[in-house]
Each structure stands twice: as structure tokens, then as C-alpha cells.
Design a protein around this ligand. Structure first.
Ligand code: SF4
Ligand code: SF4
Length: 221
């Protein structure tokens, strides 16, 4: 069947009209900041205190864009007769974001929770060398990492929080028991005062100024 002349034009106009009446979804960036999902992969933040320089992230990175330098330091023994220990000290931690493909493998493999995704994405540079972020800059990105979502109400308590809560409860119970023992013990200053008051003066006769003066007065008479 031959097409009706002008039907294509009518269809096109219908599409235009439909689109014109719909709400616009264009975001006026940079005047309006986009509302990004919490798990957006913008940039990687380093929580340096957690990093043990195990090198897992650098080894697993498919782009080889994580650079880590470290040296060993000897830690003296904490107990007499104990052995000295050695630990790794971080000298350099850098990520080259011009090579990074944002796969997230480094974050997944880090066994010590030292790497996190931040949704920040405004770090374009005119010089490609500036896209290598050193540890100080990676540390700064940590301030932009969103807080983890709240736990499900019926979820199991995380073991770190459970351990901290048990320690706090144990300490509180210990302090309570100590203060109860202090109150009940007769060696407390308050109890001593009460005992002394009940027994009367216990000072030796020679120490009392009244009693010391008495024989002298008798002698003079
Ligand atoms: S996100 Fe992927 S490519 Fe980027 S540094 Fe981590 S492991 Fe390497
Ligand atoms: S895997 Fe984690 S702890 Fe190990 S070097 Fe990388 S950031 Fe540090």
C-alpha cells in the first residue's frame, strides 16, 4: 500500500509536539550540581592510617597506575626480653588518574579498608602530569567520601562495634564494682572519722596540751 502523502511529516510533528510538552531532563551543569548516586566512582581517597603497605592494590591494578614506595623501620620490644619487630613505613602513595580505568579492583582487594570511592569528579587538568595524585591529595579526597549507609535494623551488629561495646560495658562494670567496694570498706576516710568519733580521743596523754600542763600546775602548788 502506498504511503499517504504527508504522513511522515505528520508523524514527525507529533513526535516534536510530544517532546515539547515533556519536562526537560537537561541539567545545567556547572550552574547546577548533579545529584549523583552514593556509589559513584569519581576519585579514589586514601585513608593512610589504615595502609600497611602490603602492596596488594598496586599488584592487582590492571593498569599499573598505583605507585608505592616504603622503607622498613625497627620497632623496639615493648616488653623486657621481647623481640624487636620491623614494620613498613609509607614513603609514597600515588595514583595516576590518566591511566586509571575506574575498575575499583584496588578498593576491593585492599584488606585494611584504606581505599575508598569518592563521588568527586571535578579534577580535570590541562597538564596530564597533574593527574597523578600523591598521598596528600589522595588523603584530602577522604573528606569527600560519603558516610556508609545505615545498617538494616535486623542486621547483625558489626564485630568491631560489638567488641568496642563489650569492652565499654566491662570497664563500666569494673568501675561500678570498685566504687561500691570503696563505699562499703571501713578504711574510707568517712568511715574512719565515724569510728574515731565513737571511740573518743585516742591521742597519747603526753600529746595533749591540757594533760601535759596539769602535772606542772600540781607541782607548783
Ligand atoms: S580503579 Fe582499577 S585501574 Fe584505577 S587504580 Fe584502582 S585498580 Fe587501578
Ligand atoms: S592494599 Fe590497602 S593496605 Fe595494601 S598497600 Fe594498598 S592501600 Fe595499603
Amino acid at each position: 500500500m502506498a504511503p499517504i502523502p504527508g504522513s511522515g511529516l505528520a508523524k514527525g510533528l507529533a513526535v516534536t509536539l510530544r517532546t515539547m510538552t515533556r519536562k526537560s531532563v537537561t541539567e545545567q551543569y556547572p550552574d547546577t550540581q548533579p545529584d549523583l548516586p552514593p556509589r559513584t566512582r569519581g576519585v579514589i581517597g586514601l585513608f593512610e592510617e589504615n595502609c600497611t603497605v602490603c602492596m596488594l592494590c598496586a599488584r592487582e591494578c590492571p593498569d599499573w597506575c598505583i605507585y608505592i614506595d616504603s622503607h622498613k623501620e625497627t620497632v623496639p620490644a615493648t616488653t623486657p626480653g621481647g623481640r624487636e619487630r620491623s614494620r613498613n613505613v609509607l614513603d609514597r602513595f600515588a595514583i595516576d588518574f590518566s591511566l586509571c580505568m575506574y575498575c575499583g579492583i584496588c578498593i576491593e582487594v585492599c584488606p585494611f579498608d584504606a581505599l575508598f570511592w569518592s563521588p568527586e569528579f571535578e579534577y580535570a587538568e590541562t597538564d596530564i602530569r597533574d593527574l597523578t595524585h600523591e598521598r596528600d591529595k589522595l588523603r584530602e579526597w577522604m573528606w569527600t567520601v560519603p558516610a556508609p549507609p545505615a545498617l538494616d535494623p535486623s542486621a547483625e551488629e558489626p564485630k568491631e562495634i560489638a567488641a568496642a561495646r563489650k569492652t565499654a560495658e566491662k570497664l563500666a562494670a569494673q568501675q561500678e564494682a570498685e566504687s561500691a567496694a570503696d563505699t562499703a570498706s571501713p578504711s574510707t576516710p568517712h568511715a574512719d572519722e565515724q569510728t574515731r568519733a565513737a571511740e573518743g580521743p585516742t591521742r597519747p596523754a603526753g600529746d595533749s596540751p591540757q594533760q601535759t600542763d596539769q602535772p606542772r600546775q600540781e607541782g607548783r602548788e
